[in-house]
Design a binder for this molecule. Structure first.
Ligand code: FEO
Length: 400
């Protein structure tokens, strides 16, 4: 049985869901699963756009056979070689031996690395701007290196103005029958996962995403078909604007993210008190996370959302608390920049964390440290409330 859906008269959605997966890329928790999207264009020629993860191979091949309805498969366009989209290529080649794979030269090299079929004989190499005429439709190709691998490209259907955007504009989360963003409450139910997907998967490559957005702005786009998550056919500008902010490391909101590493709860307590003081001043949508409890991928996403960070860490083995250090390394790895940062440290006999946190922030881009740094010695004392008040004042003033 198939679970395809029609997108247009000529275009069919063949995507499949994976709700069993625990960790995407064996790193990122995906409690709502993930979808691997694939598309079939039926024109005078038939064109499959990307395949799916190995885990979804059976359903995908059934969907493809159903959608082809007895026709042969002429082309497979490979926009991205990461195995969540490419693992099934060899199966497709073996089932439809007459097809030609349409890809760029870097993709061809990767095909040879991953697979054992005769790649040279089966591929047709294209470059940026080349056109594949399939009858009524004309497909053209835009290179998108490092969004999210070096071979990545996107395909644009000139006839219907549809952008097949590869990893760009994707999101974590399995689809629920509703494959279009306008069929769900995206901002309420999907935006957090879309942000976590973007920031953790391609967040590091803001400059390359900017380059792609610039190229894509030169064409009229009526629909975006990504490789994960819902398809966009309405309100595209709203989602493109999110990408504009994320890829330029501009905060989405003027608000505060407080993250802490605390062993016996004293640093945690100071952070909760500080969060309350900020709320008293009128700051909205504040978030407080324990770095030992919340996965760092969620904290990376929240750090892209918020204009201000408060880092609260005990001193541990003469340095930053281990789980906080992991988070800070991850923020740096994803190139987070342009944030205002306050620090609360704690040390029963030698508070060393703030010095090392500041040293790490200096290696990131445009991270402004707000003073005073608050130092606790074991527990927060009544007389130190003034320190927290001053820090809350400094954070609030810098938000205006
Ligand atoms: Fe969804 Fe980079 O693969």
């Amino acid at each position: 049985m198939h679970n395809t859906r029609k997108i247009t008269d000529d275009l069919t959605f063949l995507g499949v869901n994976d709700r069993r997966i625990a960790l995407f890329e064996n790193v990122f928790p995906v409690s709502r699963g993930v979808s691997y999207n694939s598309y079939l264009l039926k024109d005078e020629k038939t064109v499959l756009l990307d395949t799916v993860d190995k885990s979804a191979h059976d359903q995908f091949l059934e969907n493809l056979a159903y959608a082809l309805d007895g026709r042969k498969l002429d082309y497979l366009v490979v926009n991205h070689m990461e195995p969540d989209h490419a693992a099934t290529i060899q199966d497709v080649v073996e089932k439809y031996p007459e097809l030609k794979i349409v890809c760029n030269a870097k993709t061809q090299t990767m095909l040879k690395q991953f697979f054992s079929f005769d790649v040279d004989a089966d591929t047709m190499i294209i470059k940026e701007g080349d056109v594949l005429e399939t009858g009524k439709h004309k497909l053209t190709f835009i290179m998108a290196p490092m969004v999210h691998w070096p071979e990545a490209m996107v395909t644009y259907d000139v006839t219907d103005k549809i952008l097949f955007s590869a990893d760009a504009f994707g999101t974590f989360g399995a689809l629920n029958g509703n494959i279009f963003a306008d069929e769900v409450d995206f901002e309420k139910d999907w935006l957090d996962d879309a942000r976590r997907y973007y920031t953790n998967i391609v967040g590091k490559y803001g400059a390359q995403v900017q380059a792609l957005l610039k190229k894509a702005s030169g064409v009229e786009i009526s629909m975006i078909c990504p490789l994960h998550g819902p398809i966009w056919r309405e309100n595209l500008g709203w989602f493109i604007d999110k990408y504009q902010k994320w890829s330029t490391y501009e905060p989405e909101e003027n608000t505060v993210l407080l993250i802490y590493g605390s062993v016996y709860g004293h640093t945690e307590s100071a952070m909760d008190i500080l969060a309350g003081k900020l709320a008293d001043k009128g700051v909205k949508n504040i978030k407080v996370y324990d770095v030992s409890k919340t996965h760092y991928s969620e904290i990376v996403a929240e750090a892209f959302r918020c204009s201000h960070l408060v880092i609260g860490s005990i001193s541990y083995n003469g340095g930053i608390f281990c789980n906080m250090e992991t988070v800070l390394n991850d923020l740096k790895a994803h190139a987070l920049k342009n944030r205002k940062v306050a620090i609360v440290e704690n040390g029963t006999w030698a508070a060393t964390a703030s010095k090392q946190i500041k040293a790490m922030l200096e290696t990131m881009g445009n991270m402004e440290v707000l003073e005073p740094t608050v130092t606790l010695k074991s527990a927060l004392k009544d007389e130190q409330e003034e320190d927290l008040n001053k820090l809350a004042d400094a954070i609030y003033s810098s938000m205006k």
